[in-house]
Write a protein that binds this ligand. Structure first.
Ligand SMILES: Cc1cc2nc3c(=O)[nH]c(=O)nc-3n(C[C@H](O)[C@H](O)[C@H](O)COP(=O)(O)O)c2cc1C
Length: 160
C-alpha cells in the first residue's frame, strides 16, 4: 500500500540538499526560472544531470519546448533569490532582482551563482505529477563561495 502524502513528505524533508534555480528561454515565451532542489547527477560519460519539474510549472513547459536549460547552484547568500524564484512573483520580477546573462544555449545564467550548468534536453519522462528532465551538459562555470542548503523545510548553511 502506498504511503500517504504526509508520511511521504515527512521522510523526504530529512533529505538535505543544495538549492538551484533552473532557467530556460524560448523566443515565444521569453525567460523563465524556478527554484528546484530535485537536481542530481546522472552519468559521467556522457555528462548527464536531471531535474524533476512539476507539470504545472511555466518553466518546465519552456524547458521542454526550447530543449535547453541551465541549473544555477545557489550560494549561501542567495536565500532571497531562492524565495523569489519559488513562486508568488511574476517571471519579470524574479529576473529583475538578480544579475544574469544569456548562456551559450540561450538559458539565463545567474551571475552570482556558485555554479551554472548549461544543458540540452536529451530525455524527458513523465513520472506522476512531475517531468524528469535529463540534460546533457554543454558548459559549466564555477565560482568561489559556500552553498545554500535546504533541510527539514528550512535553509541551512555549512558549518565547519
Ligand atoms: C526549496 C524549494 C525547492 C523546490 N524544488 C522544486 C523542485 O525540485 N521541482 C519543482 O517542480 N518545484 C520545486 N519547488 C517549487 C517551485 O519553485 C515553484 O512551484 C515555482 O515557483 C514554479 O514556478 P513557475 O510555475 O512560475 O515556473 C521548490 C520550492 C522550494 C522553495
Amino acid at each position: 500500500m502506498a504511503v500517504n502524502e504526509q508520511e511521504f513528505k515527512s521522510a523526504l524533508k530529512l533529505w538535505a540538499s543544495g538549492v538551484t534555480v533552473v532557467t530556460s528561454k524560448t523566443e515565444q515565451h521569453g525567460i523563465k526560472g524556478m527554484t528546484a532542489t530535485s537536481f542530481s547527477s546522472v552519468s559521467l560519460e556522457p555528462p548527464l544531470i536531471l531535474v524533476c519539474i512539476n507539470q504545472a510549472a511555466d518553466t518546465g513547459e519552456v524547458m521542454l519546448e526550447g530543449k535547453h536549460f541551465a541549473v544555477n547552484i545557489l550560494n549561501a547568500e542567495q536565500q532571497e533569490v531562492s524565495n523569489q524564484f519559488a513562486g508568488g512573483s511574476s517571471q519579470e520580477e524574479r529576473f529583475a532582482n538578480v544579475a544574469w546573462h544569456e548562456g551559450v544555449l540561450g538559458s539565463p545564467i545567474l551571475d552570482d551563482a556558485l555554479a551554472s550548468i548549461e544543458c540540452k534536453v536529451v530525455q524527458q519522462v513523465l513520472a506522476g505529477s512531475h517531468w524528469v528532465v535529463i540534460g546533457e551538459v554543454e558548459k559549466v562555470a564555477c565560482r568561489d563561495g559556500d552553498p545554500l542548503l535546504y533541510y527539514n523545510s528550512g535553509y541551512r548553511t555549512l558549518t565547519a
